[in-house]
Design a protein around this ligand. Structure first.
Ligand SMILES: *Cc1c(COP(=O)(O)O)cnc(C)c1O
Length: 383
């Protein structure tokens, strides 16, 4: 039985492998800054995990996006096509380069960027497309790669939420020209704060390495041919990352199991749907997410409050980026109905390695209970 007083958080990092041992090694050896063997070991292991030739660590998933876009040659005046339903960092990184994000609506099953809308948005200024494997479900890459090839555009995979996801048997991070990952505390594996850029393009990887290290010429010490950045990851964070990566199969199995419990317990609940898992996809379930029908009596914020009262932390889905002040434009009105509906009626539920079947059952019971209570209140009792 779940203790009713127990609080079930939305995310919770599981540091159950060699994390402490490797961090202790960093401290005892005094290699705690951004030089040290764990940086290289983490990069090599991550490249192998993604099936790419190169993987470059950096300070977080946002700087990974910024570095990748700079290395791809995105400059002021360029346009980059991005989904509106994603974390704001995806669009912000485009703006850091002086370029303009051009938003695309979601498709209604996986909630990922709808490939059918992309071609109409391409202009002479378009440089590329950022796809986001949303909440751990891979994007349908074939049609997008096809559009990109025909128009000479790059494809960047923002895989911040999708470590280990697969598209038709291929790991995300290895399909586009370049990909980025985040290791923030609530992601599938974490380094506290951290990021990675993966690619098979050697020149691109070298440029990312140069830019993240102040732009220093690797052949000529303290020579800076362009303005660069300090976006390096520390050896301590890399040590945690390596330990997390060693156990990633376990983390992914846990999430698969949790998602199947959610689907089992919610199967017969009327008015609820959740993100699809397409037959060509390995979904890694970053956050199990439900969408309530329009006629569900409680809105998302009321439902979150009711869940909280029952010891369950849910989370709203992020606002679609086209609604945020820096990106608002009247021309967007009504253009993103699918993303707006998902966000309006959507809720993330607790999803983390170590969550038990009883806890998932408690989350589902709580959700059903508060919806039913609101429905009973609203419907006058039959005479
Ligand atoms: C988390 C996230 C990021 C940003 O990663 P940080 O490490 O927090 O900077 C970027 N894109 C997506 C889709 C994310 O979920």
């Amino acid at each position: 039985m779940t203790n009713r007083q127990e609080f079930i958080p939305i995310s919770n990092p599981a540091l159950v492998g060699n994390e402490l041992k490797y961090v202790t090694d960093c401290v005892q050896s005094s290699w705690i800054s951004s030089v040290g063997t764990y940086v290289q070991r983490f990069e090599e292991a991550f490249a192998e995990f993604c099936g790419t030739e190169h993987a470059v660590t950096c300070s977080n998933g946002t700087t990974a996006l910024h570095l990748a876009l700079l290395a791809l040659g995105v400059r002021p005046g360029d346009e980059v096509i991005v989904p509106t339903l994603t974390y704001v960092a995806t669009a912000n990184a485009v703006v850091y380069c002086g370029a303009r994000p051009v938003f695309v609506d979601s498709e209604s099953e996986t909630w990922n960027m709808d490939p059918a809308h992309i071609e109409a948005l391409i202009t002479p200024r378009t440089k590329g497309i950022i796809v986001v494997h949303l909440f751990g479900h891979p994007v349908d890459m074939d049609p997008i790669m096809d559009i990109a090839r025909r128009h000479g555009l790059f494809v960047l995979e923002d895989a911040a939420e999708a470590h280990g996801a697969e598209y038709k048997g291929r790991p995300v991070g290895s399909i586009g020209d370049v990909a980025t990952f985040s290791f923030f505390g609530n992601k599938i594996i974490t380094t506290g704060e951290g990021g990675m850029v993966t690619t098979n393009d050697r020149a691109l990887a070298d440029e990312v390495r140069r830019l993240k290290n102040h732009g220093m010429d690797p052949q000529r010490k303290y020579w800076f041919p362009t303005v660069g950045y300090n976006y390096r990851l520390t050896n301590v964070a890399s040590a945690i990352g390596l330990a997390q990566l060693e156990k990633i199969d376990w983390h992914l199995e846990q999430r698969q199991q949790i998602a199947s419990w959610y689907r089992e317990f919610l199967a017969d609940v009327p008015g609820l749907t959740w993100q699809a898992e397409k037959e060509w996809a390995r979904h890694v379930w970053w956050l199990f997410t439900v969408v309530m029908d329009r006629d569900t009596p409680l809105g998302r914020f009321d439902t979150l409050a009711e869940l909280k009262a029952r010891g369950v932390e849910g989370r709203q889905i992020v606002y679609p980026i086209h609604q945020l002040p820096p990106y608002q434009d009247l021309a967007y009105d009504g253009r993103f109905p699918v993303a707006e509906r998902i966000v309006d009626r959507g809720l993330h539920l607790p999803t983390w390695s170590g969550l038990t079947r009883e806890q998932v059952r408690h989350v589902c019971n709580s959700l059903v209970e508060c919806t039913n209570a609101a429905r009973a209140e609203r419907t006058p009792a039959a005479v």
